[in-house]
Design a protein around this ligand. Structure first.
Ligand SMILES: [Fe+2]
Ligand SMILES: [Zn+2]
Length: 354
């Protein structure tokens, strides 16, 4: 069946149409769940008519369906997300949203602005927050629930916790740019950082847009890009109590749109298992990895910023890499993880994704 919608011919599959009838026998409008639980294959239309925006269909078993024509159209394509704007270095600083909180509260508009900024640039900020874990948590909960992992829900990065987490992050050493949770089946989508006590010297945060880096790699050499997009490599987190392992490529694209979806890159958590590709391809794979590293470590891509008490920075951990410079003195940072589900769900709530 084909409809004329806004001067466009939109082909609609009949089986899809019948399976997505919105009448009260087929669909529960309160729970938004299907009542029709089996695929109906042998369907035929007896008669249909269009009345304004309504399409009325009489099926060959005399079932009646009514559809909104714009809804029919909208269901033939993937969700629209805000345009991704990729960036190099501090050029992004003047473009991202920085919202001012009042007593750890955020208005509807402020949360929407923050989420929009994270969806577009991978970064957003909230200023004027009390420098405490409680105030940080309260602000983060405006986006949604905090993810609980073996680090706890709200975590504190301070050197004295090294004995518990045995992770380079909990030292005063330099930490090269990486994404978190590469070893997890579902890595945190969103990370919040609040620098409660900056170091006496050094300790700046370094952010790199992994999507920009992937775009540059693709322009430079398609084969390198394809290698990193298709060859799974294994990541692990190995502590006394937990052993998380996951094998997946460094560059991941959406199965629906083909667009960049997730970067996983963390040399600290790369396991010793050989990359999963033909042995004869390994030299090539490493050449591709080296090319990507050269881009990631190009100083032009790095945005260096110093996290100050009062400012929470939110970053998309499926896109941005973060690192830290070496420092002297005590440095205390609190933060948390939130899921990609939570971030996207907020984006839909604010109609930024539709
Ligand atoms: Fe990290
Ligand atoms: Zn129906």
């Amino acid at each position: 069946m084909e409809f004329q919608i806004n001067q466009q011919r939109v082909p609609i599959n009949l089986i899809w149409l019948r399976n997505n009838c919105r009448c009260e026998n087929c669909f529960n409008d309160i729970t938004k769940e299907n009542k029709l639980t089996e695929t109906l294959l042998h369907v035929a239309v007896k008669h249909y008519s269009i009345d304004g925006n309504d399409v009325h269909v009489v099926w060959n078993d005399d079932h009646l369906s009514k559809y909104d024509i714009n809804w029919l159209h909208s269901q033939q394509r993937p969700e629209n997300r805000p345009n991704l704007i990729t960036w190099s270095g501090s050029e992004i600083e003047s473009q991202i949203s920085i919202v001012e909180s009042e007593k750890a509260e955020l208005t509807h508009d402020q949360i929407s602005k923050l989420v929009e900024s994270i969806l577009q640039f991978g970064v957003g900020m909230v200023r004027n927050v009390l420098p405490s874990t409680e105030a940080t948590e309260k602000i983060c909960k405006h986006i949604g629930p905090i993810m609980n992992t073996f680090y706890g829900s709200m975590w504190e990065v301070v050197q004295s916790s090294f004995s518990v987490y045995k992770d380079t992050a909990y030292t005063d050493k330099v930490v090269g740019v990486h994404t978190d949770n590469t070893y997890a089946i579902e890595p945190a989508g969103l990370m919040a950082f609040h620098g409660l006590e900056p170091a006496q010297q050094g300790g700046e945060t370094v952010l790199v847009d992994g999507f920009r880096a992937a775009e540059l790699l693709k322009i430079q050499n398609q084969k390198h890009y394809d290698n990193l997009r298709t060859v799974p490599i294994e990541w692990h987190y190995n502590s006394d109590e937990f052993l998380h392992i996951n094998a997946i490529p460094i560059i991941n694209t959406s199965k629906v749109t083909g667009e960049l979806e997730q970067i996983r890159y963390n040399t600290y958590h790369r396991s010793s298992r050989a990359p999963f590709t033909a042995k004869s391809n390994l030299d090539d794979y490493y050449a591709s990895l080296k090319a990507f590293e050269n881009i990631l470590h190009d100083p032009k891509l790095a945005w260096n910023l110093s996290l100050q008490p009062g400012t929470i920075i939110f970053i998309n951990n499926w896109r941005l890499l973060h690192g830290r410079r070496q420092f002297i003195g005590r440095r205390r940072l609190v933060g948390c993880y939130q899921s990609m589900n939570t971030l996207l769900s907020r984006g839909r709530y604010f109609k930024l994704i539709k």
